[in-house]
Design a protein around this ligand. Sequence first.
Ligand SMILES: C[S@@+](CC[C@H](N)C(=O)[O-])C[C@H]1O[C@@H](n2cnc3c(N)ncnc32)[C@H](O)[C@@H]1O
Length: 436
Amino acid sequence: MFSLIWCEKNSSALRHPPAWRCAASCSNPPRHLDILQRMSLQKPWLRRAGGCAGACGRELVPLGPEAQPQIGQLDRNCSFRMRKGRGRTSRIRRRKLFRSSVSRGVNESYKPEFIELKKWLKDRKFEDTNLIPACFPGTGRGLMSKTSLREGQMIISLPESCLLTTDTVIRSYLGTYIAKWQPPPSPLLALCTFLVSEKHAGDQSLWKPYLEILPKAYTCPVCLEPEVVNLFPKPLKAKAEEQRAHVQGFFSSSRDFFSSLQPLFSEAVESIFSYSALLWAWCTVNTRAVYVKHRQEQCFSREPNTCALAPYLDLLNHSPHVQVKAAFNEETRCYEIRTASGCRKHEEVFICYGPHDNQRLLLEYGFVSIQNPHACVYVSEDILVKYLPLTDKQMNKKISILKDHDFIENLTFGWDGPSWRLRTALKLLCLEAEEL
Ligand SMILES: C[S@@+](CC[C@H](N)C(=O)[O-])C[C@H]1O[C@@H](n2cnc3c(N)ncnc32)[C@H](O)[C@@H]1O
């Protein structure tokens, strides 16, 4: 009986062939000792041990101090048996397990909120997919594939009846209020108002199962404390402050419209449509909506009406490394996503939100992507000027040319070096007086 033992190449025990004796000192030589020793010489990291030739039922023990059986142990049948979990197969298994544990999620489909959501979707003609909600080590909550997915295969097809669009809002109790409000509210305001109002309705809401799985809070910079935003690099900090001002402006300009909804509620509308409630709704739409083109409705302002919330489908996380085809199919009247990259069973299924760098991902979605091929570093105006000759009398003129042509922002260094915009700006800044 043989057991194969793999050892570390530098172990002193391996540089010398081991010698063995029967633990019972029965004087029978260990079986195959000659083969053993030859193999040890040819391949010092590979050792074999034989059992007691006398089959006395006792263990074999090493003779020399250099052949201490640290790697394995001797079993009752006089053979050198490997310690459990130390062999090649175990190592391969462990490596595989480690690799998959990095990407493997913990199934969450048993959670009551997902059971309710699935029932709700089924009532709206959604056919169950191969995707289940799960929590993943790197990306948090997402969708896991129950089977392997081939390139081109449909990942999910969500019927129109499951989508939350401005049509949903117009058909609701809010419709008449939107229709008569002047100036017409934006499609975004309509969606946000509906979300806040339905969330307030709680158990009474027809959308409750969907609302229940929405995040309670978001991590977009607009939701972060100013002390945190202060720690951002300058260009990101400027964008974050811009975003905060935008949402605050959105809130103040919507207050009169919210007041017009008072007849619908017994509580004061100010307590329902608070800044924090609107911020939550704004982040919900901003981080989760899919693109669905709608016809322009008279009751809405001229801003594009292209956002739709897609329950369940919006559990798909982003990866810059996958390609998908996603669109509303006018024939099937479903929002469909097909994968252009395959996916293995039990792995997280990703979609790509777009070729976004990490600044954009953080601003729009509240996360950054490691190993992002679109990652880049933004170069601000002061950095540009800092490294150019102070003596350049035309510097102010050059800067104003760049500003006039919208060339002072979004100047970046990517993996391939300076972007075309940055090179163009630098070329202009370095022009001699007569060239300018
Ligand atoms: C459309 S939702 C996707 C589902 C979301 N993870 C959930 O649990 O509801 C988009 C949000 O998911 C998170 N997300 C998406 N892709 C991610 C990724 N690769 N890494 C970390 N978070 C991600 C971000 O918080 C983002 O705002």
